[in-house]
Design a protein around this ligand. Structure first.
Ligand code: GLA
Length: 386
């Protein structure tokens, strides 16, 4: 089987007519727990997955950026001097937005050469596995290397987030880019989204005989519109009424007071975030003390909180979680921003295929579209491949 890394080199050369300077890659991510906590300056526990976006990059002798990919017909082009969010649109806003954001973070783009980039990816799009953060992180690492800007990885994550917020227009947090850039094999990234301190936490799934199954419902979602932004606004309103800089500053024992001060809907949004932060801390402690077989109930509680309090689940995700729990999963929850995308199930290896059959059957019985299920493992973050 040909390797995607060799393929991007060949595709680059065929399209642009010269050999690329190098190849970089960055993974998608799964969030094990800690949903909608990142922009509330709280805690998350994602991991980078063994599905990557790969790019080949060549240096030009002018100040022009050109981007092509396996998933779009056109070659997008812009002069570095013309980079500004309003000039960007479509999928190329992700890579071009990263170049723009590097300037915003103090990178001196005045003298840097233009580049040609060809991108290929096996991170499923629209599944809530951060295909966009994988593109941003691969591009950020590659440009940082060839332009010798000297940004560290946490700053590259912020650069990717700024691109997503301003060039793409999705008001997302720092989790996805951090996971893609800081991930380590067999481990999760325990990130404090206020200080950006990151700790690598051993997952130990394989040693415990467990697999992480992704159940991609096929229900597509977008974080540039609607629900994601309105949840974020509710959280900001909750923090304002409670007199704290961010919901991170509330604890579970502040909830009775929050219930008195907030309307019912805002209170339930706040309760999700406050209890979810606590569940992340509990999951990290449980992984360290008892290993992964003991985290199932925390995953289940996270899903219930997103379904009932934060109201970001959809019937397909709920069915995936229920079916997983009825067929041997030790824990299951929707993952990512919600309103579609994927659920995850932590399950003994020998029960995976039975669950896959059960999921197909349950979706068919409910008249839902055919889901796609596959296992993932925790992988290293973005790297220069060659
Ligand atoms: C999306 C966003 C992240 C995070 C999650 C929800 O993936 O990109 O920043 O907010 O939703 O946890």
């Amino acid at each position: 089987m040909s390797d995607i890394r060799d393929d991007v080199k060949a595709d680059f050369t065929e399209l642009f007519g010269y050999e690329p300077e190098g190849v970089w890659s960055a993974p998608g991510r799964v969030n094990l727990i800690g949903e909608h906590t990142d922009y509330n300056e709280g805690f998350v526990l994602p991991f980078a997955i063994n599905k990557r976006t790969v790019l080949a990059l060549g240096i030009r002798d002018d100040g022009v950026l050109r981007i092509a990919s396996s998933f779009a017909d056109e070659v997008a082009e812009i002069a570095i001097a013309d980079l500004t969010p309003s000039a960007l649109s479509g999928w190329s806003a992700y890579p071009f937005g990263v170049a723009w954001a590097m300037g915003q973070f103090g990178g001196d783009l005045a003298g840097v050469p233009g580049v040609d980039i060809y991108i290929d990816s096996v991170v499923p799009v629209g599944a809530g596995l951060s295909s966009s953060a994988a593109i941003e992180s691969a591009v950020a690492l590659a440009l940082n290397d060839v332009w010798q800007l000297g940004f560290d990885r946490p700053t590259l994550a912020k650069i990717g987030q700024l691109a997503e917020n301003k060039a793409v227009g999705a008001p997302t947090g720092i989790m996805d880019q951090s996971a893609s850039l800081l991930g380590k094999r067999d481990s999760a990234v325990f990130l404090d989204c206020r200080s950006l301190d990151a700790e690598v936490i051993d997952l130990g799934f394989a040693a415990a005989g467990l697999e992480l199954l992704i159940i991609d419902t096929g229900v597509s979602h977008s974080h540039s519109t609607g629900g994601y932004a309105s949840r974020r606004a509710s959280c900001e309103e909750g923090a304002r009424v409670m007199g704290v800089p961010a919901l991170r500053d509330l604890h579970v024992d502040d909830l009775p007071r929050a219930q008195e001060l907030l309307d019912d809907e805002t209170f339930r949004r706040v309760r999700h975030v406050v209890t979810e932060d606590q569940r992340v801390l509990d999951t990290v402690r449980t992984l360290r003390e008892q290993g992964p077989t003991a985290i199932g109930e925390l995953m289940d509680a996270s899903h219930r909180s997103m379904r009932d309090d934060f109201e970001i689940s959809v019937p397909e995700l709920d069915l995936a979680v229920e079916t997983a729990l009825a067929n041997g999963a030790i824990g299951a929850r929707m993952t990512g921003g919600g309103f579609g995308g994927a659920a995850i199930a932590l399950i003994p290896s020998d029960a995976v295929s039975r669950l896959q059959v059960a999921i197909d059957g349950a979706f068919a019985e409910h008249g839902f579209g055919q889901p796609v299920t596959f296992t993932v493992s925790a992988a290293d973050g973005a790297v220069r491949e060659s």
